[in-house]
Design a protein around this ligand. Structure first.
Ligand SMILES: Nc1ncnc2c1ncn2[C@@H]1O[C@H](COP(=O)(O)OP(=O)(O)OP(=O)(O)O)[C@@H](O)[C@H]1O
Length: 277
């Protein structure tokens, strides 16, 4: 693959199911070191785009290139090894430990593969990621007893085990309290800093859930792109208001984004203006 070629590229992608157009005319190019956010209302098509990026399904028309390979021309299983897909709805129910869940990243399975034995290097790598993800001292704890935040961080460690070029994060902060969310976002920033060549795509509904390292954003509504480009150009009051079809004010402070309803903002300004008494 040409080193300047995008890690991931969607060209004129259209996705139709049961006669319904779910995605239309989607173009996206994600390069090494870029960290994209896909944002839009419920049903906009964010998870569908992520499934195309992860080579989980094919577009109805248009082309998807992952690591320079066109989907449909190359075996999906081979591409998936270069893609770390973090889905907080990971279906594991058995009592694997954190270390064991991280090791399943090497086999691409939910459970440990019978008779598969990790090498000493595999075990050392798993422990390195347990450390990077701030899970020191927890490696031997069972998955079933983990908090939602610890599970999220464990799944990122699992996804990193194959040294992926592309990391896909599907609503990684869903269900987390504010402290756990902040820990997870710090973790994502740390992972990106430790792997400067990594590219990533993160799906969320909430601007507060964007890590500081977000470089680009795509806004989607009803399966179409409403705005795309560098995050600071895209995540503006006008663009978010248009995408969500609701007046929303956006603030970008200390590298993080905050959203609030314009009506709420106006009420607060009114109260501040009224002063005491
Ligand atoms: N395989 C499919 N068959 C039929 N409809 C589908 C299929 N996949 C997705 N859809 C529909 O396409 C639309 C977009 O779904 P998608 O999950 O991609 O949206 P989303 O932006 O991730 O939504 P949310 O924010 O609610 O998770 C939804 O209305 C969904 O029901």
């Amino acid at each position: 693959m040409n080193s300047t070629a995008p890690v991931l590229e969607l060209r004129s992608v259209r996705f139709v199911r049961k006669g319904r157009v779910i995605l239309d005319d989607i173009d996206l190019a994600v390069r090494a070191g870029e960290h994209w956010a896909l944002i839009g209302p419920n049903g906009a098509g964010k998870s569908t785009i992520l499934s195309l990026c992860g080579a989980v399904q094919h577009p109805t028309s248009g082309e998807v290139f992952v690591l320079g390979h066109r989907l449909g021309r190359v075996e999906l299983q081979r591409l998936r090894q270069s893609i770390g897909h973090v889905n907080p709805r990971h279906p594991l129910t058995s009592a694997l430990t954190i270390r064991e869940v991280v090791l399943t990243g090497l086999t691409g399975t939910i459970e440990l593969v019978p008779h598969w034995r990790p090498t000493d290097a595999d075990l050392a790598r798993a422990d390195d990621y347990v450390h990077l993800l701030g899970l020191d001292g927890k490696a031997d704890e069972p998955w079933t007893t983990l908090s939602q935040g610890e599970r999220g961080r464990t799944l990122i460690a699992r996804a990193l085990m194959t040294d992926p070029r592309l990391l896909l994060l599907d609503e990684p902060s869903t269900g987390l309290d504010v402290a756990a969310r902040e820990q997870l976002l710090d973790t994502v920033d740390r992972v990106r800093a430790a792997h400067p060549e990594l590219a990533s795509v993160l799906v969320t509904h909430h601007l507060e859930e964007l890590p500081r390292t977000t470089t680009h954003a795509m806004l989607l509504a009803d399966g179409r792109v409403t705005s795309v480009g560098p995050a600071t150009d895209v995540l503006t009051t006008a663009n978010i208001t248009a995408c969500f079809d609701h007046p929303i004010e956006i603030e970008h402070r200390h590298g993080r984004w905050h959203a609030r309803s314009v009506a709420q903002g106006a009420a607060e300004a009114g109260r501040a203006g009224a002063g005491p008494g």
